[in-house]
Design a protein around this ligand. Sequence first.
Ligand code: TTP
Ligand code: MG
Length: 394
Amino acid sequence: MGRQAMILHMDMDAFFASVEQLDNPELRGKPVIIGGHSSRGVVSTASYEARTFGVHSAMPIFQAKKNCPHGLYIRPRMWRYSELSRRIMGMLKGFSPLVEPVSIDEAYVDISGCGRLYGSPLEIARAIKARIREETGLTASVGIAPIKFLSKIASDYRKPDGITIIPPERVMEFIDQLPVEKVPGVGKSAMGAVRMLHIRTLGDVRRYPEAELLKRFGKFGRRLHELSRGIDGGRVVTESEVKSISGEETLSHDTDDRDLLRACLLKHSEDVGRELRKKGMSAKTIGIKVKFSDFKQITRSRTLKAPTHSSERIYREAARLFEEAGINRKIRLLGVRAASLVPEGKPAQMSLFGGGKRGGENWDSVDKAMDSIKGKFGKGAVTKATLTPKKPLS
Ligand code: TTP
Ligand code: MG
C-alpha cells in the first residue's frame, strides 16, 4: 500500500527576461530588465546579470535605472511568454497527468507514479529540465519533496538552473530550520505577530504549544502547526477537477449603496478572473449571488457566446446581471461565479482574441501582467487605475 507521495515544483528562471534573451541573442549575458508597460513603471523581472546590480521584480523603473544605468530595458511581450508557457505546461503533462499550473512560469507535478518510467526523483528532475531545454531553449529550477509546500520552497533553493530534492527522511530536518517567512502565504503582518513570540523557524513553531497558537492565530495558527509537523493537505489539483470558481463576501454592513456594491462586484470579478488565468481556464458562464438582509438569496447567470478569463468582461457581465435583477433592497452578501470552465486556448476562444479590438488582447495582457505581480505580493499590490473602487469595502 501507500507508495510515497512525491511532488515536483518547477519554476522558470528569470522567465520574461530569459525569453527575450532567447529570442534576441544580442541580449544574452547582459543585464536585461523587463518592464515599463503602462504608467505603473515597475520592473516585471530582471535577468540574473541585472540582479547583481540590485534590480528586482516590482522595483520602480526609475530606481532600476539608477542601480543599473547600462541595463537593457525591454517592454514585455505577454503573448510570447504565454505561448512558451503553454508549451511547457503541455510538455509536463507528458510526464504525469497530474499537473497544476500555478502561474505563467510555474507548476506542480505529482510524480508519485513516475518512478517506473523515469527512475529516481533526481532522474525525473533532470529529464524534465532537459525536455524544457530542448523544447524551448530555456532553463528551469526544480524542487522535489513528499509535501507540496516544501517542493515550492525547494525549487527556489538553487536558482537558477537548480535541482533540490528533499527525500522523506530529510523532511523534518528541513522543516526545522525553515524560516517561517518562507512558508507560502505567510504575510508580513502575520510574520510580525509570530516573531513577537520568538518564533523564527518552523522548528520553533513545532515546539510551541499548539493550543496557544490556535488561540492567537486561529486557522492560520493551525495550518502553521500542521506544516511544522510535515502535514500538508495540499495536493496537486489538475485543471479538469475545477468545476467553477467563485468569490463572495459578507459586507461589513447591509447596504443598498450602488457604488459600494459595484465596487464589491468588481473586486470579486478581478479575483475570479485572476484565478481563472492562473489555472489557464476560461469560463462560459458568469453568475452572481445576492443575499439580502433577511438572508433570502437569489442567483442569476448567463452563458456567454465565447468563454472568457478577462476580469473586465466578467465584471461587465456581473454588473449587467445585477442591474437586470432589479434589486432595491439592502444587501448582506454579494458574490461572483464563473462556471462551465474550459481550458484556455481552445478554438472556441479564438474569436475573443482574434479581433484585436479593445476588450480583447489589450485587457488580456494587462490582466496577465497584473496577475504575476499580485501572485507575488498579494491581492492588494495593484489595481487597474480606472477600476479602483471609489469607496473602501470594509
Ligand atoms: P517569477 O518566477 O517570480 O520570477 P522569474 O521567473 O522572473 O525569476 P526567478 O528565476 O526568480 O523565478 O515570475 C515569473 C514571471 O512573472 C517573471 O519573469 C515576470 C512576471 N512577474 C511580474 O511581471 N511581476 C512581478 O512582480 C513578478 C514577481 C513576476
Ligand atoms: Mg520564475
